[in-house]
Structure formats: C-alpha cells, structure tokens
Design a protein around this ligand. Structure first.
Ligand SMILES: [Zn+2]
Length: 253
C-alpha cells in the first residue's frame, strides 16, 4: 500500500479477522436460531500515522477445533498481521490500536502489532480484569504494550479527523470512532450496534451490561446516521458482505 499523495487526508480500509457463530439473540433480542458473524477490523491511514480500530480474533484460533475453536472460524489468512502484509503494510508500522472494547473478537490481534500504543477507555481496561465476563481473555490484551487509558472523548490526531467517543452498554467502557475521510464520515460502531436492524428498529441484544447506557448509545448513533454519517455495524453479516475488503472505502458510494 502506498499513498499517492500526502494530502489525501484519511483513508479507511476494512478487513474480516475471523468469524463466530452464536445465538442470534446475542446480537438482536428475541430472535431464534444462530448466526455466523464477522469480526470487523479497520485500518485508518492518516498522514501522521497508522491506526487500527479493533484487531479481530487471535491467530491462536487458526486450526483450533477444541473449546472455543468449535464456534470460532479463523482462516489462515485472517489474522490482522496477515491482512496487513497482504496490502504491504508492516504490522510493526501500526502506531495505535483503538479497542472498541476488550472482548476476544476485538482485541485478539493486539499482540501482533508490537509497536502500537493501545487506546482504551479506562473503565473498559479495569472491567476486563474483573473476571465478571467470560468473553475477556487477558492473554489477548495484557500483552505488555503501552496502554493509553482514556476517559471520554479523544481526538486521536488532534485535527478532528478521528474522534473516539464512549458508547457504553455492551460493556462498561465500550467506545466507537467517527472517522472523517475525503468521501464522507464513517462511524465505526463496534458492538454498541450489531446489525443495521438494531438501529432501524432500536433493538438491543437480550443480554447487555447496562440497558440504559446501551439505549443511549443507540440513540447517539441514530443521530449521527441522520446527520449523514455512514454507520459500520459491528457484526452484521449482510451489511458486511457489501463492504469491500482491503480497498480504500468510498463513503460517497
Ligand atoms: Zn463483538
């Protein structure tokens, strides 16, 4: 990957880094059956450095058929380091990892980005060690990297192009990102909004950490969507099938 011009501003790329099959009600309340959903990862290419929004599942799931390996599908080319190399980006060149939260489908690739500073909400970092929620694996996120614990909104590059903002409810310290590119504004939702239908119908999963906070986060996203932002839903297989992988995203398309 090579920038053709220094003044292109922010470029955004999407990757699938593994899949998990879970009861559909984990994503949208009251529905029967199971759904196989993607783990969604974004590369943000800014003239002042590369950042990832989430890192998908760990490479330890490649070929694993026991335990969680029964529900996690991690093809060999899916770990984030492989995704980056496929587009000629050295994983060592990633400066920041923004973790929406620290569940294992979002922070599993952190250890593959050796020079990245991890940016996470302080409340999320503390909850990850509490042992209250089995979807956290400390081996995924307690990796010795520099951790920047923030509380509230954060302007990553100091120019308003990438704004992290709290969207709690799924977990205590969940955050999302607004990314301003030349073609429009993206909202990288993470798990505060799993499906497009979640927002269309303002529906929560059956189980959430805090329902009031979750509803508030959905409302915030709904306002951003109405104002013209394109929402990238956290785990929507149908929506995700329309998102080109590893190519510059055109938000005006
Ligand atoms: Zn998730």
């Amino acid at each position: 990957m090579r920038r053709s011009l220094q003044n292109e501003g922010v470029l955004l790329y999407a990757f699938t880094c593994g899949y998990i099959t879970l009861p559909t009600s984990y994503f949208i309340g009251g529905e029967a059956g199971k759904t196989k959903v993607p783990a969604c990862v974004f590369l943000i290419d800014h003239p002042n450095g590369l950042a990832l929004f989430d890192t998908g599942f760990s490479d330890r799931f490649v070929g694993l058929e026991q335990g969680l390996g029964k529900i996690v599908d991690m093809p060999q080319e899916h770990p984030i380091a492989e995704r980056l190399r496929a587009m000629e980006v050295d994983p060592a060149d990633i400066s920041w990892i923004i973790n929406s939260h620290l569940h294992l489908d979002h922070a599993g690739g952190n250890h593959l980005l050796p020079n990245a500073t991890v940016i996470v909400q302080d409340s999320e970092w503390r909850f990850g060690f509490s042992g209250e929620d089995g979807a956290y694996a400390t081996e995924d996120f307690d990796t010795g990297q520099t951790i920047r614990r923030i509380s509230g909104e954060h302007d990553l590059y100091g120019d308003g192009s990438v704004i992290l903002f709290p969207t709690p409810g799924h977990t205590p310290g969940h955050q999302s990102a607004r990314v301003r590119t030349a073609t429009g504004e993206a909202v990288l939702a993470g798990d505060c909004c799993n499906f497009r239908r979640s927002l269309d119908e303002m529906r929560m999963p059956d189980q959430v950490y805090n329902a009031d906070h979750y509803r508030g986060s959905l409302t915030r996203l709904s306002e951003l969507r109405r104002a013209g932002a394109q929402i990238f839903y956290g785990h929507d297989p149908d929506f995700w099938a329309t998102v080109p992988q590893g190519e510059t995203l055109d938000l005006g398309a």
